[in-house]
Write a protein that binds this ligand. Sequence first.
Ligand SMILES: Cc1cc2nc3c(=O)[nH]c(=O)nc-3n(C[C@H](O)[C@H](O)[C@H](O)COP(=O)(O)OP(=O)(O)OC[C@H]3O[C@@H](n4cnc5c(N)ncnc54)[C@H](O)[C@@H]3O)c2cc1C
Length: 408
Amino acid sequence: MSHFVIVGAGECGARAAFALREKGFDGEITLLGTEPVAPYERPPLSKDGLALALEPKSVATLERYDEAGIDLLTGVTARTLDAMGKTIALSDGRNLVYDKLLLATGARARPFPGMEGAGKRIRLLRTHADACALSEMLRPGQHMAVIGGGFIGLEFAATARKLGADVTVIEGLPRVLMRGVPEAIAEVISQRHADGGVDLRCGQAIASLQEEPDRARVLLKSGEIITADLVLVGIGAIPNADLAETAGLRIENGIAVNELLETSSADIYAAGDCCSFPLALYGGRRVRLESWRNAQEQGVLAAANMLGENQTISAVPWFWSDQYDLTLQIAGLADTAVTTLRRDLGDGAFLLFHLDETGRLVAASGIGQGNVVARDIRLAEMLIAKRACPSPDALMASTVKLKSLLAA
Ligand SMILES: Cc1cc2nc3c(=O)[nH]c(=O)nc-3n(C[C@H](O)[C@H](O)[C@H](O)COP(=O)(O)OP(=O)(O)OC[C@H]3O[C@@H](n4cnc5c(N)ncnc54)[C@H](O)[C@@H]3O)c2cc1C
């Protein structure tokens, strides 16, 4: 009987395991992960879930793994991979022999240089265990210093304010969300944080972090010292590619895969946050995404290709973030855009359409309360997938339905 092994019991690994069964695979499936809990959703960890951190939002109940015949091993790490011998050595001393392997090892939070030995007052946020530790410290009147004005830092800041903590966000670049978020949207978010009482400091380089038993300190290069009860470091993520790298697989900003999610080694696939892949929609350029929907979709795609379906990656990158009452959504990649067009939706909500030099829609982004931009971003995503070149006037006119552009 064939044995398919999935290393990494996160969003992507779990979706892949279920998809294998849904597609009729009747061999053995082992899904293993380092964390002591069954696969869960990470997005709530920095949002409302942080307040309710004690219960992770599971991808599926343990009964469903049982019913699907998926052997779920938690608290177990794959230590070494022998790609020639098709064997994985596990932290519990076992060796697994596989016929096909999926690496869905995700990413880990990037530490601040030198913070490795930090104690409970300087922390990262990636796992359920991290969220539990943070939520213990999040109390009204406590002062949180957040390093990094990216998504994780800003979502944490919004949640901390909701819970009554004081918050200072320190960002080294001139504005928040410099990576991949248009300035007009970043401005709305900055203003919302300012209105919510966050002390937002952009363009501030950090000299060092210091920790004492009862407080932590952020020393800015300007000479200023910010004292806090807790420092959250939110400066990005590093793909977990070590297992693949030591096994000799090709690495390029994560585990390099082709358009079928195949690595450089036969019968080994990689998917989700851990891998970089060529995106045909953008001229085959290699990207790595850290996004919940990408992890899900690639898990399903990897399962299909492990079963020989030969399906290529075609999804449009998509990301969302919730902060206070605002939701932002981004579809596509805006960095090749030369023109940005705006469509106002009322009540401060708006969409931005990003066109390249040929007039092709390469990305769309939007912000507003609740779900207000969701439908239009979904339609824009379909236009992006069609490589459409919609009329700029039509994109800007809120009276023109995006659906009609899709039909055209
Ligand atoms: C706090 C937070 C908020 C987020 N919010 C959003 C959001 O609002 N919108 C959005 O689109 N995305 C969001 N994301 C990103 C999204 O959660 C990730 O893109 C997604 O979880 C990636 O799934 P994955 O399965 O590829 O990797 P992961 O979720 O990282 O799972 C990988 C798993 O593999 C395990 N592992 C690694 N190496 C080994 C090994 N050698 N042996 C065994 N196990 C191993 C890891 O411990 C981990 O459990 C957020 C992420 C975080 C951390």
